[in-house]
Design a protein around this ligand. Structure first.
Ligand SMILES: CCCCCCCC(=O)SCCNC(=O)CCNC(=O)[C@H](O)C(C)(C)COP(=O)(O)OP(=O)(O)OC[C@H]1O[C@@H](n2cnc3c(N)ncnc32)[C@H](O)[C@@H]1OP(=O)(O)O
Length: 208
């Protein structure tokens, strides 16, 4: 689909911009000129935009296409993006974090690790056929996650108890997949029909 390709192209450009804006050591005059140019571009893009209760026209919610998901979305300026595939019930994710994700010098911010894990756990939960929302996420930071280094994440469902699903996941480097840097255990809860209506009713109506 042409529009999705264009959205991904813009997302790529925005991610490059975010990384360069984070790492640039150009003088103040150049930064101010860049800011003015970017404000013009932002104003142009904002001429036609959607509100909170309208899905992006390029999305396919039920088909799992979310172009602006802040972890996986090709169109998101914020996403690394994390690429996830599910193989035999195990979600496997790959990404490289740039300096825009820095917490302690040279390493990823802890909240970013939790965000990646929440997402990949969610994919394992959906793949198990029990979709739900995160109600609890416990994260254990064993070693810092290096920036500019290919990462490998995994997640799988451990337990299904009625509407409650427990999944666990890890972050490691591609080079040393056996050495866990961060691990997480998450509880997800499937929504009752009334909860789905209350939380997502306006969006689902525009989708129908
Ligand atoms: C492919 C896509 C991947 C996406 C990955 C990203 C996933 C996300 O980040 S989702 C966003 C973050 N999560 C949220 O915003 C959820 C906020 N929470 C809520 O809205 C509510 O807790 C909600 C609607 C999910 C459930 O409602 P609530 O009233 O709390 O629970 P309720 O429906 O009464 O109970 C369900 C069960 O879950 C249990 N439960 C609820 N909260 C918790 C918790 N924190 N820990 C453990 N169990 C819990 C209840 O005890 C109950 O168990 P049981 O059936 O055995 O009595």
């Amino acid at each position: 689909m042409k529009r999705r390709e264009a959205i991904t192209e813009l997302g790529d450009a925005l991610r490059t911009l975010a990384e360069h804006a984070t790492t640039t050591e150009m003088p103040a005059g150049d930064l101010l000129r860049a800011a003015a140019e970017l404000r013009e571009i932002a104003a142009r893009l904002g001429e036609r935009s959607r509100g909170r209760s309208t899905l992006p026209s390029a999305d396919d919610l039920l088909g799992g296409v979310r172009m602006y998901n802040p972890v996986t979305g090709g169109g998101s300026a914020l996403a690394p993006p994390l690429r996830i595939e599910v193989v035999a019930g195990v979600a496997i994710g790959r990404c490289t974090l740039g300096l825009a994700f820095e917490g302690p010098p040279r390493f990823a911010h802890g909240g970013v690790s939790a965000m990646l894990l929440d997402q990949i756990l969610g994919h394992a939960v959906v793949a198990s056929g029990n979709p739900g929302m995160t109600v609890r996420l416990d994260t254990v930071y064993r070693a810092p996650v290096p920036l500019l280094t290919p990462l490998r994440l995994t997640a799988e469902v451990r337990h299904v108890d009625g509407r409650r699903v427990t999944a666990t996941g890890t972050i490691a480097t591609e080079a040393e997949p056996g050495t866990t840097l961060v691990s997480a255990s998450g509880t997800f809860v499937g929504l009752r029909a009334d909860q789905t209506r209350r939380l997502f009713g306006p969006v689902l109506q525009t989708e129908a």
